[in-house]
Each structure stands twice: as C-alpha cells, then as structure tokens.
Write a protein that binds this ligand. Sequence first.
Ligand code: BGC
Length: 353
Amino acid sequence: MIDLPEPPAPDGSVLARTLLIGMCGTDREIAADGYGVPPPGEERLVLGHESLAEVIEAPEASGFAPGDLIAGVVRRPDPLPCPACAADEWDMCQTGDFVELGIKERHGYGSERFRLDPRFAVRLEPGLGDLGVLLEPTSVLAKALEHAERIGARAWFDPRVALITGAGPIGLLAALLARQRGLDTHVVDLVTEGAKPRLVADLGAHYHSTPVAELPLEPDIVIECTGVGEVVIDATHLAAPGAVVALTGISHSERAGEAYLDALNKDLVLGNKVVFGTVNAARRHYDQAADALAAADPGWLARLITRRLPRENWPAGLEKGPEDIKVVVDMTASTSEHESRVASAGRPEGKPT
Ligand code: BGC
C-alpha cells in the first residue's frame, strides 16, 4: 500500500469512498504475468476493477447524492472515439485504444477515494449493501446473455436449455442470469461436492461433474466460462441446431491439444450454430446487471463472497483456495478495525459475510 494524492478533479464530478474491491483472475494475471499496463509515464498500476463505493460529493445535476451506493464502469471509450465507443459500446471498441481502470493504462478503484464522471457510475439498490461488489462481474454475463439472445434472434429462436461450463464466480453468475430468464439451466465443473454444487442446486439449476461430451443435453445457449479449448469444442458439438455459444473465458495453458477443426466447421455449418467471443460490458449491461442483482436472493449472492480481507492483507486475495468463489478486500478498515467489526458481527474472518 502506498500514499497517493487526492483523486484529481478532472477524473470527474462524483467523489466516492471505496468500500469493497473484488478480486478476480485478471488481478492474478496482472500481479503474476504482467497482463496489466500502468498509466503512461508511471511504474505502478492501482488495482481494482470490481468496485463498490459510497458517494461523498456529487453535483445535483449528476443525478447522484451523498450516501448513494455505486460501482464504477471498467472501460473508458477510446479518445477518437471509434464508432462503437461513440455509441457507448466501448466494450466493442474498434481501435483497441480504450483504457480499463485497474487493468490497462488507468488506475483502478483500489484507493480509499476516487472520482468519476457520472456517466461511468452505476447506482445500486441500497439494500444490496456489500453484495453490490458483484456488479462488475455480473455486467460481463449480462452482456454475454444479451448478445447470445440478439444473435439467436437472427432466425427463429426459442431457447429453453442453457449450459454453463465452469462453476467459478463467472459461471455461477451466468447460471443466476439464465435462471432469471426461466431457462432450464445446467452447470458443469470438475468438483463433485462442496459449495458450488449446492449453489447451483439452490438456483433451481442442475449440477454435473461428467465430461461435457457425455452430458445428456442439447443446449440452445452455452455460456463457456473455462477458456479451455477442448471444453469449447465439446460444448459446441453438444449444442442444439441453431444454438449460440458465448465464450467468456481465456486460459493460458501451454497444452497444444489436437483440435478437429474440420469437425467443428461441419458442426457449425450443418447445425447453423454460432460461437462468439465476449469481453467487458457496455453501460446498458451494467444497468441490466444492477437489476439482476436487485432481483436475486441476497442470501444466495452472499454465499458467493467466500473471503473478506482487510486492506493490508489484500495480496492474500491473489491466492485462490479450493473453496473460494469471490474474495473481496475491505477498503474502509485497517486490520484492527476490521477484526473488531468481524468479531462484533459474530463471524470469524474468512467466513461468508
Ligand atoms: C474484466 C473486464 C475486462 C477484461 C479484460 C475482465 O476481468 O471484468 O471488464 O474488459 O478483464 O481486461
């Protein structure tokens, strides 16, 4: 942790106090593999792209008021802006000159206070409290499902069965959104017991630990959250005619693996199937995600947060335990304040909050 100047006024008219920061695989890649890029001319990058904050100051015209619970948008449009960024679809940026807070060329939300333009602040239902930290990862899935539906709508499309590959935070949030749409939802992962199968069952979805190729299903929508090539191919093969397969994950495995591209090609052509990649989220997807979280069972969402760290211990969030789903960092408290708050809440550190 380092001292930084107060957030500069040009960052935006809304001043906020950071409450929680969520950690994800991207933060691990930045810390371990050098994925991130610091702002031009700087050597450090403030982490934190999954945010939850409370507004301290905001002009009346901004639509925000002190006390509002917000999360910040990750990507900022490229300076040109390209036609996609100009249409507020910076997630579809054509030039690659966008910046991402806490990831690419712009400091993240992992500071005690930050400023942002109201256009990039997303209001959360006040009752969500700490669960609002799940907004950013949920926005990524809101986009994946919306795009899958838009692509499907190119012809007759009446999706009934969804398959989600991977039961990490992204897969579980995908399952939540699929259930909210009334889809018969199936989640596949390697583990055979523990929190993940229970979370899936409690959504009214089905959990499987059998290989994807052996699942007795014909999904109309697949949300692929493992980034493993073999799983992508098997899930595409399994999918129903006219199905849409959304790829949301990437993996860095060195495994070359044999891919039967001719077989994949035949699957796509004769099955009218679509496989598409999706990253980040436009403003409307954040709003869709805020509505989805507000409509979800808060008890279920709370079980996704498996560890909460005081800010001094944030690097422990880069390690993922076998039972971890989402690890969050409490940005408001030093270790001693944090411990007394956890104790007075009657919950040992490390247990879901
Ligand atoms: C973030 C996205 C971002 C992507 C690529 C993900 O972890 O959730 O907002 O676009 O990483 O940097």
